[in-house]
Design a protein around this ligand. Structure first.
Ligand SMILES: *Cc1c(COP(=O)(O)O)cnc(C)c1O
Length: 381
């Protein structure tokens, strides 16, 4: 509704939770050229663009190989299978994550074993993981949540002690680092998602597995394409999970800009960190010492996240909660037999969490509008 004529009401600044248009605009012209060539070639599956992106992305992760897939979930599933997961092998996952981490274990034929997260970084707690690792445990599947790597040094030592393989869920952490390790370079293999809103996002679904072992890479390539090791010769029961050629073109255009976009995310996070210090009962996220956080999400904790979300929504400010339902309490995973209280740290974060708008290209005016809204919510008394 417009204000009555003559009355100089300042127009409220709308702030969507995420706006992908700035990143799209940055590659529009180049992509349209690529698209014209793609249409002329008619080669919509596989081809040189996919291979080129795989080379470039592997190099960005400090890895020998990348295997493009149709999604992050498929990269996780294929990763577990290619690394040799056998039926009923146990995989330790953190209690706070996107549900895909749990789903991948089930799709690969393994058993989900849940361990709580740490209060400070919201990632898999190495002590909790050690406590649940038993004789049938074969894998650790830590998640680099919200853009910050899990404590991979400590988890790596734990894995070595127990003879476990580590697959990283790096779906939220393109470009992150911690203690001299890079996201995607710290386990036996790592899975990435290129869902549009991820730090490196396609224009549809896409993912990749990165790793160094040539044989595991060959198995992963077979699994994404009907288990075929050569044309019409299937060694495994596989999937149709190739990386679309069009998505490879998008990702090749975007990869060189990832560092700049992550810097923009960090600048926005620093703005919030400064402006929201000691506001209400807010607990602000922070980078661990020795960590390069890439701020996939800016998640605050507060006693009434849904009240704050509704207050902001009324001012045209979008928020989201990551994640209100920890996967161990989802009906889909009722068979694991967990109850409220099973993983108290993850459940406390799930109750209190709210993610504020943050994306490359968010303006200072938009950040200020969010800050003003949050401050007003807490000053109403
Ligand atoms: C996005 C995401 C996935 C799954 O990615 P899709 O591409 O949507 O399948 C897995 N794990 C985490 C932590 C994610 O954020």
């Amino acid at each position: 509704m417009s204000a009555p004529a003559g009355k100089a009401e300042p127009r409220p600044v709308a702030v969507p939770f995420v706006d992908l248009r700035p990143c799209t605009e940055a590659i529009r012209a180049g992509l349209l050229t690529d698209l014209a060539e793609l249409l002329d070639s008619g080669a919509f599956v596989n081809g040189p663009a996919v291979e080129a992106f795989e080379r470039e992305f592997a190099e960005a992760c400090g890895r020998r190989f990348a295997v493009g897939t149709a999604s992050g979930l498929d990269a996780l599933t294929i990763g577990l299978r290619a690394l040799g997961l056998e039926a009923q092998d146990e995989v330790v996952v953190p209690a706070l994550t996107f549900v895909a981490t749990f789903e991948a274990v089930v799709h690969a034929g393994g058993r989900v074993v849940v361990a709580d997260v740490r209060d400070d970084d919201a990632c898999l707690d190495p002590a909790a993981a050690a406590a649940v690792a038993g004789p049938r445990t074969r894998f650790l599947l830590p998640v680099h949540l919200y853009g910050q790597m899990a404590d991979m040094r400590t988890l790596g030592e734990l894995a070595a002690r127990h003879g476990l393989q580590v697959l990283e869920d790096a779906c939220q952490a393109h470009g992150a680092e911690r203690d001299g390790l890079v996201a995607g370079g710290a386990g036996a293999a790592a899975a990435f998602s290129f869902y549009p809103a991820k730090n490196l996002g396609a224009m549809g679904d896409a993912g990749a597995l990165v790793l160094d072992d040539e044989e595991v890479a060959a198995t992963a390539r077979a699994l994404r394409e009907h288990g075929q090791t050569s044309t019409y010769h299937s060694e495994h029961v596989g999937l149709t999970s190739r990386l679309d050629t069009f998505q490879a073109l998008v990702l090749r255009r975007k990869l060189p800009l990832l560092g700049r976009w992550n810097d923009e995310r960090a600048a926005a996070a620093a703005f919030y960190g400064e402006a929201l210090r000691e506001v209400g009962d807010l607990r602000l996220p922070a980078a661990a010492s020795g960590a390069l956080h890439v701020w996939h999400l800016y998640t605050v904790r507060t006693a009434d996240p849904t009240g704050l979300a509704a207050f902001l929504a009324a001012r045209g400010i979008g928020t989201k909660r990551h994640y209100p339902e920890p996967p161990h309490l989802a009906p889909a995973f009722a068979h694991l037999g967990h109850r409220p209280g099973s993983f108290p740290v993850a459940e406390a974060i799930a109750r209190e969490t709210l993610s504020l708008p943050l994306f490359p290209g968010i303006s200072e005016q938009q950040l200020q509008a969010v800050v003003d809204g949050v401050r007003e919510f807490f000053s109403r008394g």
